[in-house]
Design a protein around this ligand. Sequence first.
Ligand SMILES: CC(C)(COP(=O)(O)OP(=O)(O)OC[C@H]1O[C@@H](n2cnc3c(N)ncnc32)[C@H](O)[C@@H]1OP(=O)(O)O)[C@@H](O)C(=O)NCCC(=O)NCCS
Length: 376
Amino acid sequence: MTKFGEHWEKGFRDLVIDAGIKAIGDAGLQGNEISAGYVGNMASGSLIGQEHVAALIADHMGLNPIPVTRVEAACASGGVALRQGYMAVASGMHDFVVVGGVEKMNDLDTNEVSQILGGAGDQEWELFMGATFPGLYALMAKRHMHEYGTTEEMLAAVAVKNHEHGSRNPYAQFQNKITIDMVLKSKVVADPLKMFDCSPITDGAAAVVLAPVEIAKKYQEQPIEIVASAQASDTIALHSREKLSEIKATQIAAKRAYEMAKIGPKDVDVAEVHDCFTIAEIMAIEDLGLFRKGEGGKATLEGRTGLGGEVAINTSGGLKAAGHPVGATGVKQAVELTWQLRGKAEGRQVADAEIGLAQNVGGSGATSVVHIFKRV
Ligand SMILES: CC(C)(COP(=O)(O)OP(=O)(O)OC[C@H]1O[C@@H](n2cnc3c(N)ncnc32)[C@H](O)[C@@H]1OP(=O)(O)O)[C@@H](O)C(=O)NCCC(=O)NCCS
């Protein structure tokens, strides 16, 4: 992956090429051995005026004439691209597939970016009426607080932990530590969410190479196996949901993923979850069954989700501190878990990490994709 952050000196294509070349090199391959590519990208047309980015990437990475396909599923674009790549290999159609994710978001100002990201919800019924993504997640936070007694301190504890993890990750956008008090005193974005409850606006790219396990072993000393891939959908608009305090698509995708991997939530050593806002991490760890419903906030405040806790959540710094270049996030989760399972997450390594889980959400939960990774 590239470092996540503000890349004023690099263009969209530079970012994705940097990440892609690193991934192909790590896999021990030459570019001409790759037979297909998938790229997660949410909104390059609106953000940088460039459509047809799969062709752009194939061209500038020297991948022509192999098929390269863009995958769009809002902030889950990267995770869904990974799943498409996984299925292309699992089907026997391709042996070596490169999966990338990329977004360049800083060329526009915050208002314009908010408007574009808002298109991941229901344009007519939400965005047009003034509901931005911080607004939608604020509604979920309010409901979670009402139902389970979750507090603003518990939300803040997610940000404090993720900044602590980010301070150990040289690829993270924010590497500064923060305190609960700093979070609580930061400016209100959409009550009860404050500036430090939000993921930032980020440029960055990430990439991985997929291959059948037996073939991968011949090229890489430490290949990591994808033992489950599951995806589920729910209503695009929040007002149509049965409950606002959970993401049902995550619950369904997680159930399928655990069945496919033949493991349960207790077996997960390390997880990268979709903390676009602090409340999203609390809902994620509950919906994934890592903690009981309503207990995610308390568990976070008690330090049970940090390094050395029961299950380490977002060792990369998560979306909050590592940054959230929307189309790249799902692939970056796979990169972080690969480092963790290889024992190469220097400074933030989870001891003996054997099983990792990634959960990537599109919009306010209309798409959720869960992958489970295992040391081979
Ligand atoms: C929170 C948010 C509104 C702040 O935007 P902003 O008010 O325009 O902030 P600016 O870009 O002017 O940044 C001001 C400072 O705060 C920092 N900052 C910006 N966002 C930050 C965040 N989320 N967390 C911590 N610091 C942040 C900047 O680095 C900058 O620091 P500096 O002054 O030291 O350079 C914006 O980051 C945002 O909209 N986030 C949500 C993105 C989103 O919805 N993603 C999709 C989720 S589904």
